[in-house]
Design a protein around this ligand. Sequence first.
Ligand code: CP3
Length: 345
Amino acid sequence: MPEALSSRERMRRACLGERVDRPPVWLMRQAGRYLPEYREIRQRVGFLELCRDPDLAAEVSLQPHRRFGVDAVVIFSDILLPLAGLGLALDFRPGPIVENPIAGPADLARLEGSVAEAIAPTCEAIRRAKRALGPDVPVLGFAGAPWTLAAYASETRLSRDLDRLTSLAWREPAFVERLLERMATIAAETLRAQIEAGADVLQIFDTWAGVLAPSRFRRFAGHALAQTIAALPRERPPLVVYARGAGHLLEDLARLGADVVSIDWRTDLGDAAERVGVRVSLQGNLDPAALGAPEDEIRAEVSRMLDLGRKARGHVANLGHGVLQHTPIDGVRAFVEAVQGTARA
Ligand code: CP3
């Protein structure tokens, strides 16, 4: 067993299915409102303003690493930031609101402008975070998947179960395919810029893929995801694809060309490992709400998760979705320590 891997090497190996000393651990939305030091900054600065300030974005990205020693630092930004730079009037109250949604083919022309410029602050935040962390801690960059970006872009406020986009895909499939094609280039440009800035790992969030039946996923979301991945350089950092509520799409997700599939808590990690085999590593998948449980229960859940994770080619310990706003800090600490084996008995 290799000893004393750096977090960066541990993360790389787990993603590619090579041997590790223990699984790496980080949490989706690890920088956020459950942290008092984040709330303190947010009292002074709006959310988009924070995303667009490289110093503050780097600082907020580093907060969870300082507090918990997680094995990866996800850069503080938002999947919708590129769209905000492309003529979409985007605001967060606190969920995303788009005042001028892309409702039909004529609106597509509005998605003009430079993605690289829109996310330049994020790329600068990556550089600053990397400078502060040194070579041993990986910085994770990310983008929204085409389907999830299209979901937010196509209506002012997301409808329940994504009724609007899923209906549109039946009524006007050619338009939805064009919209997804555009979003696929936006996602790929976002990731390419972050690779150039030095991102060590990449994640694509397809939060809304799970509403689709497998055949619809393949035609729309999956097709566009594969386009995004194909547009990345051949030599690229390890790539994770996250989809929420997508247990029924697992085999499809494993065939996209990503290195890791990130699953939510509704899918059994052991079953998932059997289904994907050695094709991909797995990331996840504790229920975010479980971090509110007594700490010995969190440790027991982590132990169960790690046991199941051993069946996978490689395992990156994480939650099944982002940290919830009212999560106790001690619950997050217990989760990280339990994975890292430093939990007190
Ligand atoms: O993970 C991290 O710590 C990095 C930062 C990050 C944020 N959003 C910060 C954020 C990441 C990786 C995202 C991704 C994201 N953004 C997704 C995909 C992952 C997921 O959660 O499913 C989606 C769908 C979005 C769009 C988005 N941004 C929504 C739906 C919301 C509102 C939700 C909420 O919690 O209120 C946001 C706002 C947002 N993005 C916040 C944070 C910390 C809360 C903003 C605040 O401080 O008020």
